[in-house]
Design a protein around this ligand. Structure first.
Ligand code: SF4
Length: 357
């Protein structure tokens, strides 16, 4: 549920797809008498439909007059799929045009479940040196409805019978720079009559925008993954401009302060010859010792013009073993969809935009 009174949720939702069940119940009810039953019927319709980007003409249990009333308060959403790539492992990357802005969304099939990777912005302004998205610059923030639309579009290309289970905000953009919309999208995804993806199955990734991270943990129960990628401030600032504003010590203090109620993920992209030496692993273990974090090691997913090689398997394994030996909970993330440039850090709009309709 969205909290009220914080000032950050004060924007009125503009599209029915970004409304919570509570908000829909008010709009579909009578004055002073919300209708949760109608709200749940609409949510069920939306999540049983492959393209629910505008309201239906009819809906059982809701009169046409009530639907028209909601239609008058809900902006239509223009969603165009302009390209699709399918990897050998079944991962599907969609290039969507949302109100004319290019966005990439990835559907990742797994054992008995589907994960969808969502973009929170078209492009990004944060300029991380290892990230292909940084090269397209910042276009605009996406609305919560546009994030929900990505999940719906990705779910529509999932293998039949595989349920949507996880959503990660690890596509284009820095979610903390669009916090209000991301928090709203997480709340809507959790609606039991809709997607029913609880915040425990949602992870939001950040390059370490500390003030927004503080607001995030006070308002949203989703997991938080912080992209660290270096063990000294000097090294981090070379690849992440955000590191100049929010030093590593402040990020560690954040983990420590909120560790009683949460476990955080630390993302560490291994850049060959830059941050993948044994000494880096030892320093990382020193920094994270005793903190409530789990480390995801991500060997760099290559893209055109990437300034570092991807470290070889032995070097990755050595880094992993050193962290493991120090008691740091660590996983090596296997790249999914790398053959179609759909893996972490590879999302970049390279297909020409279609003529707008
Ligand atoms: S890694 Fe994330 S925050 Fe950094 S430029 Fe890429 S999309 Fe933006």
């Amino acid at each position: 549920m969205l909290e009220s009174g914080s000032g950050e949720d004060s924007v009125t939702p503009a599209c029915f797809l970004e409304m919570t069940a509570e908000e829909l119940a008010v709009r579909l009810g009578r004055p002073g008498k919300p209708s949760p039953a109608r709200a749940n019927a609409l949510l069920r319709w939306a999540w049983c439909n492959s393209r629910p980007f505008s309201l239906p003409d009819r809906l059982e249990g809701v009169t046409a007059r009530v639907l028209d009333g909601l239609r008058a308060q809900s902006s239509p959403l223009q969603v165009t799929e302009s390209a699709r790539a399918v990897a050998k492992d079944g991962t599907v990357k969609l290039l969507l045009e949302l109100e004319g802005s290019p966005v990439e969304t990835v559907m990742i099939p797994g054992k008995g479940r589907v994960t969808v990777c969502v973009s929170s912005q078209s492009g990004c302004s944060r300029q991380c040196a290892f990230c292909a998205t940084a090269r397209m610059g910042f276009r605009r923030n996406l609305t919560a409805a546009e994030m929900i639309a990505q999940v719906l579009a990705a779910r529509a290309v999932a293998p039949p019978g595989l349920p949507l289970r996880n959503v990660v905000f690890m596509g284009m953009g820095e979610p903390m720079d669009n916090l209000e919309a991301v928090v709203r999208a997480v709340a809507v995804l959790g609606e039991p009559s809709g997607a029913a993806v609880s915040p425990a199955h949602v992870t939001v990734s950040t390059c370490g925008v500390l003030p927004a991270m503080e607001r995030f943990v006070s308002r949203c129960a989703a997991g938080l993954a912080v992209s660290l990628n270096a063990t000294t401030d000097r090294q981090r600032q070379q690849i992440m401009p955000a590191g100049a504003r929010w030093p590593i010590a402040d990020l560690l203090s954040f983990f420590s302060r909120h560790g009683k109620t949460r476990i955080f993920f630390v993302e560490y992209i291994l850049l060959g010859g830059f941050n993948d030496a044994g000494a880096d692993a030892e320093r990382l273990a020193d920094l994270l010792d005793g903190l409530p974090v789990r480390v995801n090691l991500i060997p760099l997913n290559q893209f055109d013009g990437a300034p570092w090689p991807t470290p070889g398997g032995e070097r990755v394994q050595h880094f992993f073993s050193l962290l493991n030996a120090r008691g740091i909970r660590t996983m090596v993330r296997q790249p999914r969809g790398a053959g179609i440039a759909a893996a972490c850090g590879q999302l970049y709009r390279s297909t020409p935009a279609p003529v707008s309709r």
